[in-house]
Design a protein around this ligand. Sequence first.
Ligand SMILES: Cc1cc2nc3c(=O)[nH]c(=O)nc-3n(C[C@H](O)[C@H](O)[C@H](O)COP(=O)(O)O)c2cc1C
Length: 378
Amino acid sequence: MDANSRFPAISDLRAQARRRIPRFVWDYLDSGTGTEATLNRNRQALDQVRFVPSILHGEIAPDLTTPLLGEEYPLPFGVAPLGMSGLIWPDAERLLAQAATNARLPYTLSTVAAQTPETVGPLTGGKGWFQLYPPRDTEIRKDMLKRARDSGFSTLVLTVDVPVASRRERQLRSGLTQPPRLTPRLLAQVALRPAWALGTARIGMPHMRTLDTYSSDTGARDSTAHVGYLLRTSPDWDYLDWLREHWDGPLIVKGVLDPNDAPRLQAAGVDAIWVSNHSGRQFDAAPASIEALPLIRAQTTLPLIFDSGVTGGLDILRAIALGADFVMLGRPFHYALGALGRDGPAHLIDILQRDLVANLGQLGVAKPADLRGQAVTN
Ligand SMILES: Cc1cc2nc3c(=O)[nH]c(=O)nc-3n(C[C@H](O)[C@H](O)[C@H](O)COP(=O)(O)O)c2cc1C
C-alpha cells in the first residue's frame, strides 16, 4: 500500500508518529500550556471558518504559486521553527531543511534547535529562515546574526511571544529535562521505540548546538538556567529597532496577536508579521490565532504569515481567506518524520497540495488568494 492510502491525512501521520516516538518526547511535541484550552481553541476556531460553494464554474486550473518577501513559492506554506527538533526525530533539522528546499519551500531553523546554522544553512540554498530567540549580550547577538547570514539564511524571524518561560505542565509531568537526562523511567520509554532509539544512538543525544560557542563552561552548557540567561531578555521596541539596523534582509516578527501592535511593527520597518499563539504553548487565555488574524489584517498592509493548529490544506485556505499571505506548520512536519522518517516531509507536502487542489476545485477558485474575504465565521 502506498503512503497516500495508508496515511491520507495528517491525523494518520500523527497516530503513527505517536507509536514511534518515546512518550516523554511525544509530550514535548504535542503539549500546550495550562489546561491546553488555547491549543484546543485553535482547532475549534478553524472549524468555525466556512465557505459557501457556488456552482457552475466550469473547469479550473489551480494555481498555488505564492509570492512572499521577494520570492515566488510554488505552494503557500513552509516549515515553522521547533526547538530541539532533532530530539523529536533524529536529524530532523537536516531532513526538514532538505525536504523543504527540494520543494522550494521555506524552512525555519530555531535558535534552540539541535543543529547549528552552519550545518543547516547550506542545505537551504541561501534561502533559509533563521528564528532568533533574542540573546541578552550584544556581542552574542551580533555573532548569531553573522553566523546566520554567513551560512545562508536570508530571512530573520524574531520570536516575541516567549517573554518568560511557560509552564507546560504536561511536559513537566513527563519528566523531560533540559538538557534531556535519561532516567530509568525515560529509558524504559525509549526501549519501546526502536527506530527512534537507533537513530538517536547513531547521531548522539541532541542538545542546543548553536549555543555551544557561547559557553566555555561545558558543565553549564544547555542547562535551563544557562539558556535562560543567554536568551531570555524579554525584548522591547528598542531591541527591535536595534535588530532592524543590524539585519539587512527581510525581518519577520513572530507571535503577534494584538491588532494594535501591527501598525507599530510596520512603522518599525518590519517586513512581515507572523500571527501565532505558539500553538497554545505559551499562554492559555490567548485568542485562537485564526481569530486574531482578520483583526490584524485590518490594521496593516504588511504580508501576514499564519500558524497554529493547521491540520490540512483546507486550514491553509481558511487562513488565506481571513488575511494570511502564507502559512507555516510546525508539529505536522514532525509527525511526518515520526511516521515515515526521511520520506515523511515530502509525503506531507503532497497531502497538503492534494488537499488545496481538491478544496479549491469545490469552490471553483483557481488561486487561494482569490478566497480573500470569502469566508464565513459567525
Ligand atoms: C515542540 C515545539 C517547539 C517549538 N519551538 C519553537 C522555537 O524554538 N521557536 C519558535 O519561534 N517557535 C517554536 N515553536 C512554535 C512553532 O514555531 C509554531 O509557532 C507552532 O508550533 C505552530 O503550530 P503547529 O505546530 O500547530 O503547526 C515550537 C513549537 C513546538 C510544538
